[in-house]
Design a protein around this ligand. Structure first.
Ligand SMILES: [Fe+2]
Ligand SMILES: [Fe+2]
Length: 244
């Protein structure tokens, strides 16, 4: 069993070459994974659920009925809450609102294409991925004004929802925290269970893939630490060294 510590490195300039907003963010946070001087912990997520935002949860209740969003979204919001605690310079309201809304668009696309297109091949470039982001922006624009959000706040939230899967690079710390929370979900036991079922993969193969493909994509030091701790726990619990 391996515990990978983050490889400290500068932000990849090539990756951001053609995108001004991404370049600006990379210049602002040149070290990757992004470190923090705040205390943080890596306890299992179930020990630190997120609270609040009840009106927003109620407003998107129909959207929680698709693609296990009633599990995915609360888990992502709970991870986002923990990341906001560790990076207090991020705007917490924007992060948590974007995390809560980011995948609501799945409820407004052709459900039969979610698995066939959205989870296969080069899934980041699948048309259905762009569609669920655009539909998520529409949901945000539908529900947020009635809850008292102003245009600047709504735009900031929509900028994160739009491109959260299909854009390769983050534009802000808020964007980075939502991306990390969305990826951390896969490392939680709930995410492993649902993903194995969606992808038709054995748990041992799936956790190996998490370490190989998803872990390196995490942007913050805290997300790396949480992912490594979750990986280690899941490997032990699921006996992945034995059941292969
Ligand atoms: Fe998504
Ligand atoms: Fe997501």
């Amino acid at each position: 069993m391996s515990t990978t510590s983050p490889q400290w490195a500068p932000a990849d300039k090539k990756e951001h070459a053609n995108d001004e907003r991404a370049q600006e963010f990379a210049a602002q946070y040149p070290q990757r994974p992004i470190p923090t001087d705040q205390p943080f912990h890596t306890d299992p997520l179930i020990t630190s659920p997120a609270f609040g935002l009840d009106e927003l949860w109620k407003a998107i209740e129909p959207e929680t009925r698709t693609r296990a969003n009633d599990i995915h979204l609360p888990v992502v919001v709970a991870f986002a809450t923990r990341l906001c605690d560790a990076y207090p310079q991020a705007d917490r309201d924007i992060v948590l609102t974007a995390a809560l809304l980011h995948d609501t668009g799945w409820a407004h696309v052709d459900e039969s294409r979610i698995i066939s297109e959205g989870f296969s091949g080069d899934w980041r470039k699948a048309a259905i991925r762009f569609e669920h982001e655009a539909e998520g922006v529409k949901v945000a624009r539908r529900v947020l004004p009635g809850l008292g959000a102003d245009e600047a706040f709504i735009t900031a939230v929509c900028d994160i929802i739009d491109g959260h899967d299909t854009r390769h690079v983050p534009y802000s710390l808020e964007d980075a925290l939502v991306r990390d929370a969305d990826r951390l979900w896969r490392f939680d036991l709930a995410g492993i269970s649902l993903s194995c079922s969606w992808f038709g993969m054995a748990a041992s193969d799936y956790v190996a893939r998490l370490e190989r493909e998803i872990l390196p994509e995490l942007i913050t030091e805290v997300a790396h630490a949480i992912a490594n701790a979750d990986l280690e726990r899941s490997r032990q619990l699921l006996r992945t060294e034995v059941i292969r």
